[in-house]
Design a protein. Structure first.
Length: 398
């Protein structure tokens, strides 16, 4: 016997099924709710770039929001997610609008937001060119220190990048710091490209990426000037004095070198054939690593005067440096006279009192000795002849 199913029964069945589905969805939502996760600065990869081409304007990163159940969202690992722009169809330079494709999502997780779904990609031709570079310091050395020298490895620098970018490069420059330094040092100066406005250009590769800079740091010191003369003035003339525009000179060098210097010798000033006074701009003969730091030239005024001669006759000779009651007796005949040369003004004041003759008895034992007659010679005076160079002296203890 057949039983008819009424409309009311069908409606009740459908209602029951709907209620069951609703209860199942509600229960599922409560136990595994829908969630979202947001990744910022997700790196963008440019793949399948043809040889000889390069992307001029790569994105630094994009923001992506993902949606899915809590169970699915928990399976997302940032390291597995890739934002990819495929350039496989690009064969020449130009501008192209390309899609950013997100890869690595777990099943049933969807993208609810992407900051850059399509991007304008500028593609250029790769250029590899050699170039010069500059180095520049920053900061200041420690107080009292000066920068003596800077040098660096002799390297050839090349720049690799898009022709659209490299043509905007005004300079390749590296910086090294001086702040607080008080001794010589070396430092790696990282090289970077800059445009005409001083803005750094990032989308190029510089090789080598840095240069070793060697910086010599020193100090200054004021030292007296020692004028060195060479050759002889004309016959009958002599040097009567040297006047300097500055008695001292400021020199610079590393401290261990300056510690060894008590005076600054000049490059020899030639007197050859001079018969009148003259001025000389001085050069300096300094050890390697030490230099003149003063800005102004030092001038020496060399006074040249005509000379005359004079003979001084001595009636006696002094004894000096006798000790412990020691005395000396001259047993020789004395015939002591000297001929001296000096300028006329000085010559008038010269006699046996201003140029005393003496015999040195220091360290002598009793007995007879042949000793040299010595003289106290003032500056600017030259002995050109003597009548007696030695004398016999008997040394006794009183």
């Amino acid at each position: 016997m057949k039983t008819k199913i009424g409309r009311e029964q069908i409606l009740r069945a459908l209602l029951s099924l709907f209620l069951a589905f609703f209860l199942w969805v509600s229960a599922t939502a409560n136990t595994d709710p829908v969630k979202t996760v947001r990744f910022t600065n997700l790196p963008v990869e440019y793949i399948n770039v043809s040889e000889g081409l390069v992307v001029d304007n790569p994105l630094e990163g994009i923001t992506v929001r993902f949606s899915g159940t809590a169970t699915k969202i928990s399976k997302i690992n940032r390291a597995d997610i890739r934002a990819v722009v495929d350039l496989g169809s690009i064969t020449r330079s130009g501008e192209y609008t390309l899609e950013v494709v997100i890869e690595g999502l777990p099943e049933y997780v969807s993208i609810s937001e992407i900051s850059d779904k399509y991007v304008l990609v500028r593609v250029g031709n790769v250029i590899n060119t050699a170039t010069d570079f500059e180095l520049e310091s920053t900061g200041s050395l420690a107080p009292g220190c000066i920068l003596l020298d800077t040098y660096y490895d002799d390297v050839q620098v090349s720049v690799i990048g898009s022709d659209n970018v490299t043509e905007t490069i005004a300079v390749i420059k590296g910086y090294y710091g001086l702040s607080g330094q008080n001794t010589s040092f070396s430092e790696e100066a990282v090289l970077a490209a800059y445009d005409g406005n001083g803005k750094k250009i990032d989308n190029v590769t510089i090789s080598p990426s840095s240069v070793e800079v060697y910086v010599t740091v020193g100090q200054t010191r004021m030292v007296p000037i020692n004028v060195v003369l060479e050759d002889e003035p004309a016959e009958g003339f002599t040097v009567n004095g040297i006047t300097l525009s500055s008695p001292d000179i400021l020199i610079a060098g590393e401290s261990y070198l300056l510690d060894e210097i008590s005076k600054a010798d000049t490059v020899p000033v030639s007197l050859a054939g001079a018969s009148q006074s003259f001025d000389a701009v001085l050069g300096f003969d300094l050890p390697e690593g030490v230099s003149v730091y003063s800005q102004d030239d030092v001038v020496a005024h060399i006074t040249i005067d005509r000379v005359s001669t004079k003979t001084i006759v001595y009636n006696s000779v002094q004894f000096r440096n006798s000790s412990g009651g020691t005395t000396g007796i001259i047993t020789d005949e004395l015939d002591v006279a000297i001929t001296v040369m000096a300028n006329a003004e000085m010559l008038d004041g010269l006699n046996e009192d201003t140029i005393p003759a003496f015999i040195d008895l220091s360290g002598l034992e009793e007995g007879e000795h042949e000793l040299t007659i010595q003289y106290d010679i003032p500056d600017g005076v030259t002995i050109i002849d003597t009548t007696q160079k030695t004398v016999i002296v008997t040394v006794r203890n009183e």
